[in-house]
Write a protein of this length. Structure first.
Length: 363
């Protein structure tokens, strides 16, 4: 199969039911920028960048763990990413896809590129928490955040293939997706890898991902994932994600090494504790640590202050949660008036913790 060039738009590509060539898409982009809602203006800006004469395009990282960074990428690498996704999910020309993600982030940009390159019929809707509101259409391919998937559960029988990314999929959401027989996949990736490079079916064990064919992986001395992909122009991309290799193409995601808590000599990964707590907590929360004279560091649960929280019941749930080891059980709850989030809705942990907390409740 000949690899499409980034300058080409598939002749079966449709946007909201209409075909556009390069000139027509530029007119759509100008219309979005001049008259559209915010999500359409983001789409218009990206379309103009994609359709210009340059071989490269600037993308901005999400800024979850550091300030956002603008980085330059070859447009052909984004095309190669789109093709890899199409091959993995065995999509077909003319498949119907729903675009419900912000186009100012890589996931939203890649949905548009997949449609233009693979020949999807793409419907563009506002990136709301329930994109299926008043929408009864059936789609072959949809990408969502976990929050969108949760609020769209009654409608996900309208989706043949669903990918969920941008944050980890909670145990509770995974159970609901399986119960509703949704053919859903959690994704692993980042802006630097031009969207996902690995996926896991909801039927797979938690955190066990399979790499797409265009990617090879190794580990550094910290056991953190190192990603290589000539087709993406990615060479020795060192992450801070500790992993356990299952085979040469599969890994179990343990957690970020810079988040590790050393409590009484036991190394704990906040993400693993958060995943266990996701069975009982539906609030915004995360796990961090505070200094402790005996343990060195103690695990604490961080919540947004809310007068409706039943702290007595919450404490009982934490202390009697059979999934948590004694070291994993939070020793305190720290309340903040609000969390600081990225534009894509991820919690900025360090900046949130730098605020003055409203209270600490020792358990």
């Amino acid at each position: 199969m000949q690899i499409p060039n980034y300058t080409k738009i598939h002749n079966r590509f449709l946007l909201n039911g209409f075909y556009y060539d390069n000139t027509g898409l530029k007119e759509v982009a100008y219309s979005f920028i001049k008259e559209g809602d915010l999500f359409e203006r983001y789409m218009g800006d990206f379309l103009l960048d994609w359709l210009d004469q340059n071989e490269t395009i600037y993308l901005e990282t999400s800024g979850t763990t550091a300030s956002p960074i603008r980085m330059l990428y070859k447009k052909q690498a984004l095309v190669n990413s789109a093709i890899a996704t199409g091959n993995f999910f065995n999509v077909s020309i003319g498949d119907k896809a729903l675009h419900c993600l912000p186009a100012n982030f890589i996931a939203g940009k890649m949905m548009l590129i997949r449609a233009m390159i693979l020949g999807f019929s793409l419907d563009l809707v506002s990136p709301s928490k329930n994109p299926f509101h008043k929408n009864k259409k059936v789609y072959d391919f949809v990408a969502m955040t976990p929050m969108q998937a949760f609020h769209s559960l009654p409608n996900l029988n309208q989706v043949k293939n669903l990918i969920v990314g941008g944050a980890y999929v909670s145990v509770a959401l995974q159970k609901e997706l399986i119960k509703n027989r949704v053919n859903a996949f959690e994704t692993y990736g980042m802006t630097e890898t031009l969207s996902h490079i690995a996926v896991r079916s909801m039927e797979d064990p938690p955190s066990e991902f399979t790499c797409l064919s265009h990617v090879s992986i190794t580990q550094d001395s910290r056991k953190c994932l190192v990603i290589n992909s000539p087709k993406l122009d990615v060479k020795n991309l060192i992450t801070n994600d500790e992993v356990e290799f299952l085979d040469k193409n599969r890994f179990r995601l343990i957690g970020r090494v810079d988040y590790v808590i050393n409590s009484g000599g036991i190394k704990l990964h906040p993400e693993q504790i958060e995943r266990k707590l996701s069975e009982i907590l539906t609030l915004h929360y995360f796990i961090t640590s505070l200094p402790d004279p005996v343990l060195g560091q103690k695990v604490v649960l961080v919540l947004i202050e809310n007068k409706d929280i039943d702290t007595f019941n919450l404490i009982n749930q934490l202390k009697n949660n059979g999934n948590l080891t004694p070291y994993e059980i939070p020793k305190a709850i720290v309340f903040y008036s609000d969390f600081i989030l990225t534009h894509s809705g991820k919690i900025k942990r360090e900046k949130t913790l730098a605020q003055k907390h409203s209270r600490i409740l020792d358990l």
